[in-house]
Ligand binder design. Structure first.
Ligand SMILES: Nc1ncnc2c1ncn2[C@@H]1O[C@H](COP(=O)(O)OP(=O)(O)OP(=O)(O)O)[C@@H](O)[C@H]1O
Ligand SMILES: [Mg+2]
Length: 273
């Protein structure tokens, strides 16, 4: 029987990338399907960046090439946060891109003896370097990001991508028609078959996970993070709102970072129950 291109015949053929959150991965059949686009949505300080970095870091340790693209927070600030969380940065082939003129030299580091790596693209630094990207062309920064990802894919492959954040991209790019422009951004990532994590900054106490709402329908998965006050305690919470091609548990778990790993807890261990 002829197999249709890109169509699987068995659930076991779906390869998955773990979220590296103990107690949650077991509830989503092991992780997000490879090549899918996931929104990591949450208000300020809900650990959106740390969770995304943790996924990319662990995949880089396994020999994958992961690209973390930060639009506002500097790479020094992100690494400072990760060092405080006890990440051993020396274990990964870390490549920092802060100047597009050095892109080729930086990417050469991915081609050495070490397999895979974690590429940090500091768009804030790049913005300071090249002030001549036409601000009149609203799409220019989106194109800069797309071109960097494409180049990395061509030079040394790119298995995972994190955009921190979609909200910052909206400020830089001022989309005239978000529905169309977001569709093309999502299609771009899908065509390159990159497992992507798009960070979305949401307001506390909201059920809206993307600024234009359309992101919620375009993406394959949504992971929601929140801080829930209870009397004088504040509990970190995590839930999977949707995950295509996955039999997932949509319950709200409490989230902890303990013993150098993320854990999702439920039931008796939840201080709010
Ligand atoms: N061990 C730890 N080391 C450092 N920060 C920790 C640790 N445990 C919890 N945190 C908390 O993580 C939060 C920052 O995480 P992170 O930067 O990933 O959040 P974010 O949602 O990306 O924030 P922002 O909205 O500012 O982008 C801080 O509020 C900090 O208190
Ligand atoms: Mg962040």
């Amino acid at each position: 029987m002829n197999k249709l291109a890109g169509i699987i015949s068995n659930p076991s053929e779906i390869k998955r990338v773990p979220l590296y959150i103990e107690g949650l991965d077991e509830n989503i059949q092991g992780g997000v399907p490879e090549g899918h686009i996931t929104l990591i949505s949450g208000s300020a300080g809900t650990m959106k960046s740390s969770i995304s970095f943790n996924i990319l870091y662990n995949e880089a340790l396994k020999g994958k090439t992961a690209v973390y693209c930060s639009l506002e927070q500097s790479y020094q600030s992100i690494i400072k946060q990760m060092i405080n969380m006890n990440f051993d940065i020396s274990k990964v082939n870390l490549v920092i891109i802060k100047d597009l003129a050095e892109l080729r030299t930086c990417l050469a580091k991915l081609k050495g003896g070490v397999k895979g790596g974690l590429v940090m693209v500091d768009v804030g630094c790049i913005r300071k370097e090249i002030k001549d990207v036409k601000t009149s062309n609203n799409k220019s920064w989106m194109n800069v990001i797309k071109n960097v990802v494409k180049k990395i894919k061509e030079e040394g492959d790119c298995h995972l991508f994190c955009l921190d954040s979609l909200s910052a991209l909206y400020v830089l790019s001022r989309f005239e028609n978000p529905r169309i422009e977001l569709f093309y951004l999502f299609e771009f990532l899908r065509d390159l078959e990159i497992t992507s994590f798009l960070i979305s900054e949401s307001k506390p106490d909201t059920r809206q996970y993307g600024e234009f709402e359309i992101e919620e329908f375009l993406c394959d998965s949504i992971v929601a993070l929140r801080l829930t006050p209870f009397r004088r305690n504040v509990v970190r919470e995590i839930s999977v709102v949707k995950m295509r091609a996955t039999n997932c548990n949509n319950d709200i778990f409490s989230l902890e970072y303990k013993h150098n790993r993320f854990q999702a807890l439920y039931g008796g261990q939840n201080p709010l129950l």
